[in-house]
Design a protein around this ligand. Structure first.
Ligand code: 3EB
Length: 328
């Protein structure tokens, strides 16, 4: 009996579809299966819906771009303490925004954010985190081990505790330029575990040597989502081995980043290249570089939706980082 089988073994559900749109938030939130909608920068609207997140990164795009995550069925949503969440079809969006002034600097703020997220996740069926984004202010401020990114890494690891003992999710960590020192963390989780993918050209981040800080960064290079129909790609930069390549050479860093992205696709067993269904995001350190990054990506990845945002990469010498999705 086909129907009986479906009840016993639920089919793995299609990955959320991520797309960039040019309309207003309310229209996107009203679309069927809208799990999350993101605006970028100070120009973004304020919307009182737990599925809406105004991200603290300025976009270089005009008109303003919104990002939509969509699932194939109805969506519930709510708030719990500092958390906002939504869930549907076995997928979960959760986000937390914390003011560092109230939580004591990058380390303790990250610790609190991750501890709260993990506590919430433990109460949900969708506890398998696939992908996390982290945005914090002044990410490169401070020397050596006191650099704010390194403090963030320490707090993140402490807040995670044993929750990611079987492996880290794919992630991005970028510095924003908002006036208030907020930490924003948001994630996509699922009822089933995904498959971690590493890049053979790069040392896995959690094995970075001591020179990059006392606590290595807790992330996988990519995650193949449970249904196997999408790859969530972590922030990818011109890192080869564990070293930053082409310090302060934007063009060469872009080339190296694309080589890393291709290596990642290959490592995931996916066909080469990106397409019109595979949205990417490029984080650009210096606004003056945005046109060059735009032209480069238009030329090398024609037709691929790319959102350009102003963001600092966690190593001072890195000028650009790219993350995103690959479907199929
Ligand atoms: C790198 O390859 C660049 O700390 O979560 C990329 C993606 C980077 C995620 C993170 C950091 C993170 O090491 C930096």
């Amino acid at each position: 009996m086909v129907q009986g089988c479906e009840n016993i073994m639920p089919a793995l559900r299609r990955a959320p579809q991520v797309s960039y749109r040019h309309t207003d938030p309310q229209r996107l939130l009203a679309e069927p299966g809208a799990l999350a909608v993101f605006g970028f920068g100070t120009g973004a609207e304020r919307v009182d819906d737990p599925r809406w997140l105004g991200v603290d990164l300025e976009s270089f795009d005009a008109p303003a771009t919104l990002e939509l995550w969509q699932v194939d069925g109805p969506v519930d949503h709510g708030r719990e303490g500092d958390l906002q969440w939504s869930a549907g079809e076995g997928w979960l969006f959760a986000a937390i925004t914390l003011d560092e002034h109230a939580h004591g600097g990058p380390r303790d703020t990250a610790l609190t954010a991750y501890a709260q997220l993990c506590r919430f996740l433990a109460s949900r069926r969708e506890r398998h985190v696939q992908r996390i984004w982290n945005y914090l202010g002044a990410i490169n401020e401070g020397d050596g081990d006191t650099e704010r990114y390194k403090q963030f890494c320490e707090g993140r690891a402490a807040g995670m505790g044993e929750f990611f003992a079987e492996g880290f999710p794919a992630a991005t960590a970028i510095g924003h330029h908002a006036t208030s020192p907020r930490l924003q963390v948001y994630l996509l989780a699922s009822e089933e575990a995904g498959e971690r993918v590493e890049n053979p050209r790069q040392v896995s981040a959690w094995r970075y040597p001591r020179q990059y800080g006392p606590t290595p960064p807790s992330f996988a290079r990519a995650m193949r989502l449970p249904a196997g129909d999408a790859l969530a790609i972590s922030g990818t930069a011109a890192v080869v081995g564990h070293t930053s390549a082409h310090a302060d050479d934007l063009q060469a860093q872009l080339d190296e980043t694309l080589t890393n992205l291709e290596a990642l696709l290959q490592s995931a067993g996916m066909p080469a290249g990106f397409d019109t269904q595979s949205p990417l995001k490029a984080y650009v350190r210096h606004p003056i570089d945005a046109p060059l990054v735009h032209d480069f990506l238009q030329r090398r990845l024609p037709g691929v939706p790319v959102l350009l945002v102003h963001g600092d990469i966690c190593r001072q010498e890195l000028l650009v980082e790219i993350d995103g999705w690959r479907y199929g």
